[in-house]
Design a protein around this ligand. Structure first.
Ligand code: URA
Length: 238
């Protein structure tokens, strides 16, 4: 790069710095007469999105070899963390990884996941715009339902923290395990399905798990009614 080009780049950069919001002090060494009082480097003012995804990354980083519950040593291939937009207003929570998720390291990528993706896309949302997680992050042997102690350990270590970081407006719990993990063991999915519940400053709407829909396709219509409620509520909360 010649000196002229370098000067153009420098001038353009200073111009960019001058346009930064209040609180950001730029420093042009060629014109500065007195020492700068305050310099806030751009890196110290990351966008909220970066902050949230960085927070999620550092949370997950701590648990890549988690042995906090028996699922850590019962044949899982890897820990399957939540995935999606850290800025999502809508979060889906399922039960736990199955065989495909355990192999690929991402939630809801098997048959149930394909159906969930279709549902999300039918809502007019690309899957990447929502956040998808599970109560337990390790595959239970033979896809058994996670034990209450496993759910509760993993919920405290990861799920509740993911929710605190992402701060969605609505969480859609998929099936009984996720619904009980958040709303309490006494709750019945059949009674609570399709009804918003206020929980920790956000709304939870329980619905059927996609695996249940694969076995009972006529219930897809019911779940679609629930998704319409979510879409309307998100619109209202904008
Ligand atoms: N079922 C779940 O509950 N979660 C997954 O990630 C896949 C299937």
């Amino acid at each position: 790069m010649n000196a002229e080009d370098l000067e153009k780049k420098r001038a353009a950069y200073l111009n960019f710095l001058k346009k930064q919001p209040k609180g950001f002090t730029y420093y042009d060494a060629s014109t500065a007469k007195k020492p700068i009082e305050k310099v806030i480097p751009i890196a110290a003012q990351p966008s909220t999105d970066q902050t949230k995804s960085t927070q999620l990354d550092s949370l997950n980083c701590k648990y890549t070899s988690c042995q906090a519950c028996p699922l850590g040593s019962q044949g899982r291939t890897q820990v399957v963390f939540g995935k999606g937009s850290a800025e999502a207003t809508l979060m889906f929570v399922g039960e736990g990884p199955g065989r495909d998720e355990d192999a690929q390291g991402a939630p809801f990528v098997g048959r149930s996941g394909k159906l969930l993706t279709q549902i999300i896309e039918a809502m007019g949302l690309p899957r990447e715009r929502v956040y998808i997680s599970n109560v337990v992050k390790c595959r239970p042997p033979d896809n058994r339902t996670p034990l209450a102690a496993e759910s509760s350990t993993c919920k405290d270590l990861l799920l509740l923290k993911e929710i605190d970081i992402v701060q969605p407006k609505i969480i859609c719990t998929l099936g009984a395990t996720a619904t009980k993990a958040l709303l309490g063991d006494d709750i019945k999915i059949t009674a609570s399905r399709g009804v918003f519940v206020e929980w920790r400053g956000l709304l939870v709407l329980p619905t059927y798990h996609p695996a249940y829909l694969l076995r009972n396709p006529t219930e897809k219509r019911t779940v679609w009614e629930d998704m319409k409620k979510i879409m309307a509520k998100l619109e209202e909360l904008q």
